[in-house]
Ligand binder design. Structure first.
Ligand code: NAP
Length: 480
């Protein structure tokens, strides 16, 4: 049995709260279906208290001081603490989410890197001088938005939290972090380490509480100036409507239905070998999952056979086993949703090429599932399944590939496999997605902007772009 201590308290105004007015959250280990731990749930009372403390800290702690030394040192210290505790947080994440320990370790270290990047970015992010048509000196400054609500999902709990908290703190804001109710543990641990690192207590607070109970209240709260949200498109739309009342700043990282487009002139073997983990990593619970593979018809049979063979080699196992490539799904409900989509695909005429079964008696496991035989218009090819299911679809020429790839409400991620440089450059423009990998299923980097087109949201996480999300741009003119 592990010695890792699971977080058990909300982090409000410098205090660890072991009870909350929202009752409790009962967590289940997705690999065993047994109880994992019980946590306090925040209610409206804790939201009010945390936002009062955030406002007071924003106004009075000097965190947004023009001299950023204090912020930079605290963020570098937090990054160091995250690295020192990486194994511990990775185990918390693996047990809570069901993700493989190797992936979890990578994500925790990527979170530390995120704090380092923005700690370093503080001194490189500023305004410009503008030669205006007047006798004076004109310049712009970036100032923090104020109090930020960072609301994150359950699929990459720690990393998504870092993507929002790090640039928001770096630019001088106060942050209230709300993790998903299924996976609050690593965010709470981050909050504890942040206070230890010297982030003022009201400047970062972490509350867990059901979005269905406190979400609307939190989002429409007058103390919040900016909402940074990652989650489902439907939740994002609801938040956007509520934020409209007092013109809150909003950035939304939402769902996806990304295409992986394979041309016959590509290295078919490499594409077929690498593409399965482009959809099945994190058990398919990935907004970037390339869940539709579009294949030029002349290469279809070869690619399909190699893709299915590579899928069957994926090691499905226990989260804490180092050899595991994919673990269980996060919850019973999520597996049922995905199985519902597999049944729907069969009803829509799909052929199951592999998977679609539960490989273990206990735990929310679902085998990587490959289907074909359903057109791009089918519901399973239009809706985000958010599980280990991929659909293979043939196309006849480049124009059809682009049309099919773009024919969903989403536009988050995608890949393109070709040896033709001209075609790669043409499609890099015409595929309607926020990120694209050419001859790879990787396209997310700390240094580069990440976000969606269409119903996948707006605003960009990562890179220096993210710092813009948490600042207002002010123009100053000095009459000479
Ligand atoms: P979700 O149900 O939308 O929940 C996301 C967060 O919003 C959770 O913390 C949730 O709290 C909270 N929430 C729920 N209702 C709310 C409301 N009315 N007001 C305010 N907050 C509310 O999404 P999910 O199921 O956790 O995550 C999966 C989704 O996230 C997928 O669609 C995936 O594509 C998307 N995602 C997108 C990106 C990206 O960068 N584009 C990255 C990762 C995931 P509770 O958990 O307490 O309900």
């Amino acid at each position: 049995m592990s010695n890792v201590q699971l977080p058990d308290a909300l982090l409000i105004n410098g205090e660890r709260r072991e009870s909350g007015s929202g009752g409790t959250i009962e967590l289940v280990d997705p690999a065993t279906e047994t109880p994992l731990c019980t946590l306090p749930a925040a209610g409206r009372k804790e939201v009010d208290e945390a936002l009062g403390a955030a406002r007071a800290a924003f106004d009075g702690s000097g965190w947004d001081n023009i001299n950023p030394t204090k912020r930079r040192e605290a963020l570098f210290a937090l990054a160091r603490l995250i690295r020192e505790h990486a194994d511990e947080i990775a185990e918390i994440e693996a047990r809570n989410v069901g993700k493989p320990i190797g992936d979890a370790r990578w994500e925790i270290n990527a979170g530390a890197r995120c704090f380092e990047y923005y700690a370093g970015g503080i001194s490189r992010f500023g305004g410009e001088t503008i030669p205006v048509s007047s006798d004076g000196f004109d310049f712009t400054v970036r100032v923090p938005v104020g109090v930020v609500a960072a609301i994150v999902p359950w699929n990459f709990p720690f990393l998504m939290a870092c993507w929002k908290v790090a640039p928001a703190l770096a630019t001088g804001n106060a942050v209230l972090l709300k993790p998903a109710s299924l996976t609050p543990l690593s965010a709470l641990r981050m909050g504890e380490l942040a206070w230890e690192a010297g982030v003022p207590e009201g400047i970062l607070q972490v509350i867990a509480g059901p979005g269905s109970q406190i979400g609307d209240y939190l989002v429409s709260h007058r103390e919040i100036n900016k909402i940074a949200f990652t989650g489902e498109t439907g939740t994002g739309a609801r938040i956007l409507k509520q934020a409209a009342d007092d013109i809150k700043r909003v950035s939304l990282e939402l769902g996806g239905k990304s295409a992986n487009v394979v041309f016959a002139d590509a290295d078919i073997e490499a594409a077929a070998r690498q593409s399965p983990m482009g959809v099945f990593a994190n058990t398919g619970q990935d907004c970037c999952a390339r869940s539709r593979v579009l294949i030029e018809r002349s290469a279809y049979d070869d690619f399909r056979d190699a893709f299915v063979a590579a899928t069957k080699e994926i090691v499905v196992g226990e989260p804490l086993d180092e050899s595991t490539m994919i673990g269980p799904m996060v919850s019973r409900g999520q597996r049922e949703t995905v199985e519902g989509y597999i049944n729907l695909a069969k009803d829509e005429g799909a052929r199951v090429l592999c998977g679609a079964d539960r490989p273990r008696d206990k735990g929310f496991y679902l085998s990587p599932t490959v289907i074909d035989g359903v057109g791009n218009d089918a519901r399973v090819n239009q809706e985000e399944i958010f599980g280990p299911v991929v659909s293979l679809i043939p196309f006849d020429d480049e124009a059809e590939a682009v049309r099919l790839a773009n024919a969903t409400p989403y536009g988050l991620s995608g890949s393109l496999w070709t040896k033709d440089v001209s075609r790669a450059l043409r499609l890099a423009r015409s595929l309607r997605s926020g990120v694209l990998g050419v001859n790879t299923v990787s396209s997310v980097f700390q240094e580069a902007p990440f976000g969606g087109f269409k119903q996948s949201g707006f605003g960009r996480d990562l890179g220096m772009e993210a710092m813009k999300l948490y600042t207002e741009l002010k123009n100053v003119f000095i009459k000479l």
